[in-house]
Ligand binder design. Structure first.
Ligand SMILES: NC(=O)c1ccc[n+]([C@@H]2O[C@H](COP(=O)([O-])OP(=O)(O)OC[C@H]3O[C@@H](n4cnc5c(N)ncnc54)[C@H](O)[C@@H]3O)[C@@H](O)[C@H]2O)c1
Length: 128
Protein backbone atom coordinates (compact mmCIF):
# COMPACT_ATOMS: atom_id res chain seq x y z
CA UNK A 1 0.00 0.00 0.00
CA UNK A 2 1.29 3.45 -0.86
CA UNK A 3 2.16 5.71 2.11
CA UNK A 4 -0.41 8.42 2.79
CA UNK A 5 1.45 11.75 2.69
CA UNK A 6 -0.99 13.12 5.30
CA UNK A 7 0.04 10.47 7.85
CA UNK A 8 2.37 12.18 10.34
CA UNK A 9 5.73 10.56 10.89
CA UNK A 10 6.79 9.81 14.43
CA UNK A 11 9.48 11.90 16.15
CA UNK A 12 11.89 8.96 15.94
CA UNK A 13 11.67 9.08 12.15
CA UNK A 14 12.68 12.72 11.87
CA UNK A 15 16.14 13.11 10.35
CA UNK A 16 18.39 15.43 12.36
CA UNK A 17 17.92 18.97 11.11
CA UNK A 18 14.68 18.19 9.27
CA UNK A 19 12.69 20.27 11.70
CA UNK A 20 14.64 23.28 10.45
CA UNK A 21 13.36 23.12 6.95
CA UNK A 22 11.07 26.13 7.22
CA UNK A 23 13.27 28.30 9.44
CA UNK A 24 16.13 30.62 8.67
CA UNK A 25 19.71 29.50 9.22
CA UNK A 26 20.06 31.51 12.41
CA UNK A 27 17.83 30.66 15.38
CA UNK A 28 15.56 33.46 16.56
CA UNK A 29 16.33 32.81 20.21
CA UNK A 30 18.26 30.54 22.55
CA UNK A 31 16.99 28.79 25.65
CA UNK A 32 20.25 27.55 27.15
CA UNK A 33 19.88 26.92 30.87
CA UNK A 34 16.09 27.10 30.68
CA UNK A 35 13.66 24.29 31.46
CA UNK A 36 10.39 23.55 29.71
CA UNK A 37 7.49 21.27 30.54
CA UNK A 38 5.39 20.08 27.59
CA UNK A 39 2.11 18.24 28.12
CA UNK A 40 0.67 15.83 25.56
CA UNK A 41 4.13 15.41 24.08
CA UNK A 42 4.00 11.82 22.84
CA UNK A 43 2.79 12.81 19.40
CA UNK A 44 1.80 15.66 17.13
CA UNK A 45 2.32 19.29 18.05
CA UNK A 46 3.54 18.50 21.57
CA UNK A 47 6.33 16.28 20.26
CA UNK A 48 7.35 18.91 17.70
CA UNK A 49 7.31 21.69 20.29
CA UNK A 50 9.42 19.63 22.72
CA UNK A 51 11.94 18.97 19.96
CA UNK A 52 12.15 22.62 18.94
CA UNK A 53 12.58 23.86 22.51
CA UNK A 54 15.37 21.31 23.06
CA UNK A 55 17.03 22.36 19.86
CA UNK A 56 17.09 25.93 21.15
CA UNK A 57 18.82 24.72 24.31
CA UNK A 58 16.11 24.00 26.86
CA UNK A 59 16.04 20.95 29.10
CA UNK A 60 12.67 19.30 28.65
CA UNK A 61 10.15 17.57 30.88
CA UNK A 62 7.96 15.54 28.56
CA UNK A 63 4.61 14.26 29.71
CA UNK A 64 1.53 12.51 28.46
CA UNK A 65 -1.37 10.49 29.76
CA UNK A 66 -0.83 7.28 31.71
CA UNK A 67 0.24 4.41 29.51
CA UNK A 68 1.14 6.55 26.49
CA UNK A 69 4.60 5.76 25.12
CA UNK A 70 6.97 8.74 25.34
CA UNK A 71 10.15 6.99 24.23
CA UNK A 72 10.10 8.26 20.65
CA UNK A 73 9.77 11.89 21.73
CA UNK A 74 12.36 11.41 24.48
CA UNK A 75 14.85 9.88 22.05
CA UNK A 76 14.28 12.68 19.53
CA UNK A 77 14.65 15.40 22.18
CA UNK A 78 17.77 13.80 23.62
CA UNK A 79 19.58 14.32 20.35
CA UNK A 80 19.84 17.91 21.58
CA UNK A 81 19.23 18.13 25.32
CA UNK A 82 18.49 16.21 28.47
CA UNK A 83 14.89 15.10 28.77
CA UNK A 84 12.87 13.48 31.51
CA UNK A 85 9.52 11.81 31.00
CA UNK A 86 6.55 11.33 33.25
CA UNK A 87 2.91 10.37 33.13
CA UNK A 88 0.43 13.13 33.82
CA UNK A 89 -3.21 13.34 32.82
CA UNK A 90 -4.00 17.05 32.77
CA UNK A 91 -7.62 16.38 33.76
CA UNK A 92 -6.54 15.42 37.27
CA UNK A 93 -5.21 18.08 39.63
CA UNK A 94 -3.44 15.58 41.89
CA UNK A 95 -1.48 14.12 38.96
CA UNK A 96 -0.54 17.59 37.74
CA UNK A 97 0.64 18.74 41.16
CA UNK A 98 2.60 15.55 41.79
CA UNK A 99 4.24 15.54 38.35
CA UNK A 100 5.16 19.22 38.36
CA UNK A 101 6.74 18.80 41.81
CA UNK A 102 8.70 15.81 40.47
CA UNK A 103 9.85 17.76 37.42
CA UNK A 104 10.98 20.64 39.64
CA UNK A 105 12.87 18.25 41.89
CA UNK A 106 14.71 16.78 38.92
CA UNK A 107 15.22 19.91 36.80
CA UNK A 108 14.85 22.90 39.09
CA UNK A 109 12.24 25.53 38.41
CA UNK A 110 10.18 25.24 35.25
CA UNK A 111 10.67 28.32 33.06
CA UNK A 112 8.34 27.43 30.21
CA UNK A 113 5.01 25.60 30.30
CA UNK A 114 3.49 24.38 27.04
CA UNK A 115 0.00 23.25 27.98
CA UNK A 116 -0.56 21.43 24.72
CA UNK A 117 -2.41 18.29 25.83
CA UNK A 118 -5.81 17.91 24.36
CA UNK A 119 -7.82 16.41 21.60
CA UNK A 120 -8.71 17.39 18.09
CA UNK A 121 -12.32 16.82 17.27
CA UNK A 122 -13.05 16.58 13.58
CA UNK A 123 -15.50 19.26 12.56
CA UNK A 124 -18.93 17.94 11.82
CA UNK A 125 -20.46 19.31 8.71
CA UNK A 126 -22.91 18.74 5.95
CA UNK A 127 -20.65 16.07 4.48
CA UNK A 128 -20.84 13.85 7.58
N1 LIG B 1 -3.40 19.92 15.02
C1 LIG B 1 -4.17 20.98 14.83
O1 LIG B 1 -4.47 21.39 13.69
C2 LIG B 1 -4.70 21.76 16.02
C3 LIG B 1 -5.46 22.91 15.80
C4 LIG B 1 -5.95 23.63 16.89
C5 LIG B 1 -5.69 23.19 18.17
N2 LIG B 1 -4.96 22.06 18.36
C6 LIG B 1 -4.72 21.62 19.72
O2 LIG B 1 -3.33 21.38 19.90
C7 LIG B 1 -3.16 20.30 20.79
C8 LIG B 1 -2.32 19.19 20.14
O3 LIG B 1 -2.92 18.79 18.92
P1 LIG B 1 -2.33 17.58 18.07
O4 LIG B 1 -2.92 17.69 16.71
O5 LIG B 1 -0.85 17.53 18.22
O6 LIG B 1 -3.04 16.36 18.80
P2 LIG B 1 -2.57 14.83 18.95
O7 LIG B 1 -3.84 14.06 19.17
O8 LIG B 1 -1.64 14.42 17.87
O9 LIG B 1 -1.73 14.84 20.30
C9 LIG B 1 -2.34 15.16 21.50
C10 LIG B 1 -1.52 14.55 22.63
O10 LIG B 1 -2.15 14.93 23.86
C11 LIG B 1 -2.26 13.79 24.66
N3 LIG B 1 -3.38 13.96 25.56
C12 LIG B 1 -4.71 13.93 25.26
N4 LIG B 1 -5.44 14.11 26.37
C13 LIG B 1 -4.56 14.25 27.39
C14 LIG B 1 -4.70 14.43 28.77
N5 LIG B 1 -5.93 14.51 29.35
N6 LIG B 1 -3.60 14.55 29.54
C15 LIG B 1 -2.36 14.46 28.99
N7 LIG B 1 -2.16 14.27 27.68
C16 LIG B 1 -3.25 14.16 26.88
C17 LIG B 1 -2.45 12.63 23.71
O11 LIG B 1 -2.11 11.38 24.31
C18 LIG B 1 -1.50 13.02 22.57
O12 LIG B 1 -0.18 12.56 22.79
C19 LIG B 1 -4.55 19.82 21.19
O13 LIG B 1 -4.90 20.43 22.41
C20 LIG B 1 -5.41 20.32 20.07
O14 LIG B 1 -6.76 20.51 20.47
C21 LIG B 1 -4.46 21.35 17.30
Amino acid sequence: MEADSRTPISPAQWPIGSEDQHSADQPLFRLDGRTALVTGAATGLGASIAMMLAKQGATIAISDKLGVDLTQTRDAVQRYQKAITFEMDVRYRDQVEKSVALAETKLGKIDILVNNAGINRPASGAGD
